[in-house]
Structures are given as structure tokens and as C-alpha cells.
Design a protein around this ligand. Structure first.
Ligand code: FMN
Length: 219
């Protein structure tokens, strides 16, 4: 798969087959993803991969702690403004339309959201850990690492969904994983083989066009 193809075909998969993914394959993916760039080559990332009983344990922790709490590091700024607000809203509406869950079915929508905490059925979950003292730069570099993981996985026919939802479980997960006082979980990622028979995986999210996001000067 070439890079353009990988960038264009990676999607967030929200329904996985239960087929296990061996540790060796996850290691292979991380072996490649660790070449992601970071300012000053700090490599400000650490990964905890869970499968089997360890996956079951974090799912149980999430269930026991729902709805969780994001703490101080909010996933989105409060009172999101346009164009971001509209983009986020549209993503949700498009997804729930595919799932056949209308706006007034609050329970249905919450139940779908809760599937985040089962990794959407994926056999492997990753947690991305960062030092709390790191600043916005290093959080951005973590993002490069996560995208690298997703693309290296795709190359091996393993699909993914990045999951900030797990930010709601930072406190109980930090206890479970015995993280140091200086560490925190940024986000999770579900990894596995996509179940393409599920309508939710036909979701293709919009993107703003180049002229909306870029300015060209001096060409
Ligand atoms: C860091 C990060 C965290 C995300 N967290 C979640 C999440 O918790 N649950 C979810 O269903 N999707 C999550 N997403 C997926 C986004 O909604 C998705 O990337 C976006 O809508 C673009 O769609 P695509 O990934 O299919 O191209 C996350 C994406 C990123 C980059």
C-alpha cells in the first residue's frame, strides 16, 4: 500500500471481528510506528497494549466507572465554535443515521457511545501514555505517533479507531496500570480486523477542501 492510499483509506472502524491479533503483530506495528517524528526527538510516548484477560479487565473498569470524568484536560474546548462545532455535529448525525438511531433515542445513542469502552469489539486495545508535564507540542507529537500506528496497522490489514473516549477513564486506569504520578493516559485505540458487514463501517467522514484549510502565497 502506498502512502497516499494508506492516508485515504484509513478510517475509524467502529465494529470489529473478534479474531485475535497476536502480540507479534502488535510488536511489528509498533516497531514501525516508533519511527514517527517528534520535536527534539523526545519521543514523548509510551504504549500499553491489552488483549485477552487484560482487555476484559479494562472493559470491566470502564463499566464500573461510567460515565467517567475527563478531569482537567478536556477532550474538546468548552462551547465549541464554528466551523468545528458544525463538523462535530455532522459527524454524529451522519453516524447515527447509518446506525438508524434517531436524535430523540438518547438511550440508543448512549449505548453506542458506551461501545467505545468495549473497543467496539476489537481484540486489542492500546493506551497512549504521556508525561503530565509535557506541553502542547508533545501532545501533537503523540498524535503523529498514533497516526503512524494506525497506518502501520493498516499495512498489515489491521484496522483501528483512535479513542479519546478513554480519557473519561483516566483516573481508574492510572490506578489499574500503576502509572507514575507524572504520567497520564492521553487516549486509547481499538485495533483488530474490521467487520465490514456492519453499516457503521460504511461511514466516510467529510473533510474540508484544500482551499478552506490552506493559503498559498508567493508561488
Ligand atoms: C485522537 C483521536 C481520538 C478519537 N476518539 C474517538 C473516540 O473516542 N470514539 C470514536 O468513535 N471516534 C474517535 N475518533 C475518530 C474521529 O471521530 C475520526 O477520526 C474523524 O471523525 C474522522 O473520521 P475517520 O477517522 O473515519 O477518517 C478519534 C480520532 C482521533 C484522531
Amino acid at each position: 500500500m502506498n502512502v497516499d492510499e494508506a492516508l485515504k483509506t484509513r478510517i475509524s472502524v467502529r465494529a470489529f471481528k473478534p479474531d485475535p491479533i497476536p502480540e507479534a503483530l502488535i510488536r511489528e506495528i509498533l516497531e514501525v510506528a516508533r519511527f514517527a517524528p517528534s520535536g527534539g526527538n523526545l519521543q514523548p510516548w509510551r504504549v500499553i497494549a491489552v488483549s485477552g484477560v487484560e482487555r476484559d479487565a479494562v472493559i470491566a473498569i470502564a463499566k464500573a466507572n461510567l460515565p467517567g470524568d475527563e478531569g482537567e484536560r478536556l477532550v474538546y474546548p468548552a462551547n465549541l465554535w464554528d466551523p468545528y462545532r458544525t463538523r462535530r455535529y455532522k459527524l454524529g448525525e451522519d453516524m447515527y443515521e447509518l446506525l438508524g438511531i434517531p436524535r430523540d433515542n438518547k438511550v440508543g445513542r448512549l449505548m453506542h457511545l458506551a461501545q467505545n469502552f468495549e473497543f467496539f469489539g476489537a481484540p486489542v486495545g492500546l493506551f497512549f501514555v504521556i508525561d503530565k508535564a509535557m506541553g502542547h507540542g508533545q501532545w501533537a507529537h503523540m498524535g503523529m505517533f498514533m497516526q503512524s500506528v494506525a497506518l502501520a496497522a493498516l499495512e498489515r490489514d489491521v484496522q483501528s479507531c483512535m479513542q479519546e473516549a478513554w480519557a473519561r477513564m483516566r483516573t481508574p486506569l492510572a490506578v489499574h496500570f500503576a502509572l507514575g504520578d507524572h504520567e497520564m493516559i492521553y487516549a486509547g485505540m481499538a485495533l483488530g480486523r474490521a467487520d465490514m458487514s456492519k453499516p457503521v463501517n460504511s461511514m466516510r467522514s467529510d473533510r474540508a477542501g484544500v482551499d478552506e484549510i490552506a493559503t498559498f502565497r508567493g508561488f
